[in-house]
Design a protein around this ligand. Structure first.
Ligand code: C2E
Ligand code: CA
Ligand code: CA
Ligand code: CA
Length: 284
């Protein structure tokens, strides 16, 4: 029993070592990955629940690693945050996405305003260059601030002091939309929303998931209904993520949600796919 226990320990150690080695390898490879152009962005459409039209897209970054293949953001964003690379990486994502939004707009100038959502890490919030970088990127692309929505997680803003909120407030004053991402997973109290410069609540996927069962739990429905009515009374629009079925979409539409995102409409994909979706939408 003693030796078996010993082996188990060794195994666990080896796994931990392997994970640490990979983590270390990825961390050291991160800075050159940006220079080598190994990152790319997939776009997932944001759909208006009222008429099912595509109104925009969220930019989601991926890393095409020469050995490990395509890595999702959960594998490397925490490392990039830890090393500070998130600042240049985030700036790159923003620049690419805003340019993509411009290209989209040029091709579909009849399809109405198209907006691009970009995720912002807490480290970018505290970086002094955020506002100027954003202004420069929008200017270079010839895009108005209201074409951009920056998504900030609820947890990043919990207990945020005025110094942290100031850059967000300046961006919001310029016309950039700020969305509170993963809403409902943190502990922020609803009254707190009033002091945040946000205009969109992005309901976390866990709410959408509870709508998969039929009939959905009436308490869950009441909670979403309550959040939506509170959001609307504070002049906030509600976006829901993780919509995987038509039944969920219909339920969320009835509950008053404004915009939806999820596999039911489209998985994240290359920008060309977004152009195709827009064309289908315009003709169909
Ligand atoms: P998020 O902001 O909550 O993004 C939504 C995630 O849900 C994405 O995962 C998306 O692919 C996934 N998703 C979309 N629709 C569905 C659905 O119908 N069902 C299910 N099960 N999942 C769906 P992804 O692409 O792996 O991104 C994970 C997280 O990484 C994002 O979560 C975001 O927090 C972060 N992230 C992605 N890109 C960036 C970036 O450029 N900068 C920063 N700072 N974070 C990023
Ligand atoms: Ca997001
Ligand atoms: Ca706006
Ligand atoms: Ca989420």
């Amino acid at each position: 029993a003693k030796s078996a226990g010993g082996n188990r320990f060794e195994l666990a150690d080896e796994e931990a070592d392997a994970r640490a080695i990979t983590r270390h390898g990825l961390t050291t490879a991160l800075p050159t990955a940006l220079d080598r152009g190994e990152f790319f962005i997939e776009y997932q459409p944001l759909v208006h629940l009222g008429d099912s039209s595509v109104r925009g897209a969220e930019a989601l970054v991926r890393w095409l690693h020469p050995q490990h293949g395509v890595l999702g953001p959960d594998r490397f964003i925490p490392l990039a945050e830890h090393t500070g690379l998130i600042v240049p990486l985030g700036r790159w994502v923003l620049e690419q996405s805003v340019r993509q939004a411009r290209a989209w707009r040029e091709r579909h100038d009849d399809a109405g305003p198209f907006r691009i959502n970009v995720n912002l890490s807490p480290c970018q919030l505290t970086h002094p260059g955020l506002v100027q970088d954003t202004v420069d990127i929008l200017e270079r692309a010839g895009m108005a601030p209201d074409a951009l929505c920056l998504e900030v997680t609820e947890s990043a803003l919990i207990g945020a002091d005025d110094a942290l909120l100031k850059p967000l407030r300046r961006l919001a004053d310029m016309g950039v939309d700020i969305a509170l991402d993963d809403f409902g997973t943190g502990y922020s109290n609803l009254a707190n929303l009033r002091r945040l410069p946000v205009s969109i609540l992005k309901l976390d996927r866990s709410f959408t998931q509870s709508m998969q069962r039929f009939p959905a739990d009436p308490v869950d429905l009441k909670i979403v209904e309550g959040i939506v009515s509170l959001a609307h009374s504070l002049n906030l629009a509600v976006t829901v993520e993780g919509v995987e079925t038509g039944a969920q979409a219909e339920q969320l539409r009835i509950l008053g949600c404004d915009t939806a995102q999820g596999w039911y409409y489209a998985r994240p994909g290359p920008p060309e796919r977004l152009h195709e979706l827009a064309l289908v939408d315009a003709t169909g």
